[in-house]
Design a protein around this ligand. Sequence first.
Ligand SMILES: Nc1nc2c(ncn2[C@@H]2O[C@H](COP(=O)(O)OP(=O)(O)OP(=O)(O)O)[C@@H](O)[C@H]2O)c(=O)[nH]1
Ligand SMILES: [Mg+2]
Length: 443
Amino acid sequence: MSGTIVALSTSTATMAGINIVRMSGEKAKSIADQIFESKSIKNKVMSPNHMYLGNIKTDKFTEKAFCVYYKKPKSYTGEDVIEFHCHGGALVANAIVELCLEKGCRPAQAGEFTQRAFFNGKLDLSQAEGIMEIISATNQSQLIQGYKLMHGEVSKGIYDMEQRLLRLMANLEVRLDYPEETEDEPDLEYQEEIKDIIQRIKILLKNAKYAKTINEGVDVAIVGLPNVGKSSLLNGLIMQDRAIVTDIAGTTRDVISHTIELDGIKINILDTAGIRESRDKIERMGIERTKESIKAAEIVIFVTDLSQPETKEEREIEKLIKDKKVIRVANKKDIEKYPRKQSLYIKANPPRDIQAVKEELLRLAERDKIFSNEIIFTNQRHIHCLKKAKELLENTLEEFSLVGAECNLVGLREAYGWLAKITGHDISESVAKEVFSTFCVGK
Ligand SMILES: Nc1nc2c(ncn2[C@@H]2O[C@H](COP(=O)(O)OP(=O)(O)OP(=O)(O)O)[C@@H](O)[C@H]2O)c(=O)[nH]1
Ligand SMILES: [Mg+2]
């Protein structure tokens, strides 16, 4: 973690108007003084937090760029930081990075800027991970969770439990050291405290079930008999002519998938082949895939046709979806002949009433819960640490009821250790490095 580092902090993946090259470390300021010239810098001394317009001379061209100096410790990394805001394009940025390297920088490793911020106490580990989640978010719900992490809402809850455990351990140690003086103290209070912390962790772990929805989205399969309007409904939901729609039963043979974002929630919709007895080999294979899609889906939209009477095949489908969250959609309400109870009546082609289906999808995906103020752990590292802490606390509680205050203090200490790994209050440099290695270069 030593040396002055440099990296391109923006991306050259797409054509952009500007790029930002960033340096951090002891030499950052002196390197900037050597390579950046500006008439606005009074007495050749750059003031912190000012944006100067000037020139960077490379051996091939002179780049007109902005430079900002952040003086330590009031910078992102806690060290002296220089940012050059230059014209877009990989060639300009790379030439500036090269120049910084020539003057004594080394290339930054993945996540090294944030890693330095962490080791300099600018943020804790879960806040650093929050920054990464914000950068890599692909849907609104992920972004919101990233912000909660970055703003320290998650750390606050964990920190509170860490402090309670520390107090508990300190009290128990006193009891062990001075048994006579403390023999009248009731065990109950200590047990209640451990129980309460376990209860808090349980709630956090319960909310962690939303991690899949937030990170990967909800898998939704549209199923039903052939020709009921499944593909029409897919096209209506995604507002695109994605799947072929015809009046020939058995049009869709393979599973067609499409992802949309509904009110901040990622929804992966699968349109499937209609289920029926078929002699056609390809159609039969398609139906097998429909069954696999049902198994994998969290929500099933079961489409029926209001112009057709209910059949025993429909009841077969009911059996396949009995363990799923189901939205029953009765389609073709414009030509209704046979009413269906407890279904949403819609017209899928041309699309009408699709909003009602969307609202039901969001209700079953528990969107309101995901966007509530509650803390939801979405990071597998954090969830693992919580599970470990809970396990150790449960063991300790059991021992407490058997042997009292001589309970496994080591167990309590280990439980504390697992919680402190979330915030990074108790983490080895190698583990921290491993976490930061998943970050991108320049962050
Ligand atoms: N009248 C009416 N016709 C509809 C409606 N929705 C779909 N259709 C028609 O029903 C036929 C079948 O529609 P699809 O969307 O292809 O049905 P599907 O369930 O995907 O059919 P398969 O892929 O064969 O299983 C087409 O001719 C559609 O135009 C509707 O709301 N009203
Ligand atoms: Mg179809």
